[in-house]
Design a protein around this ligand. Sequence first.
Ligand SMILES: [Zn+2]
Length: 70
Amino acid sequence: MKKNTIILIALLSFSSVAFVSCGEAEKKQEAPAEVATEHYQCPMKCTEEIKDKPGQCSVCGMELEKITKS
Ligand SMILES: [Zn+2]
């Protein structure tokens, strides 16, 4: 009984470590892809604010212009 418990704990900790490292690998793969995506900035550049989604400038209300970062 005691031996089984130890084996179970060992298995659980091993699988959780494998799960965590797998999740981190996925995050690392996603991060560079997001950097390369489009950014949106006010065409008047009244703020330094750059958004990752289309919308309107919070200062002048103009449509944000798509910018591509190299
Ligand atoms: Zn603006």
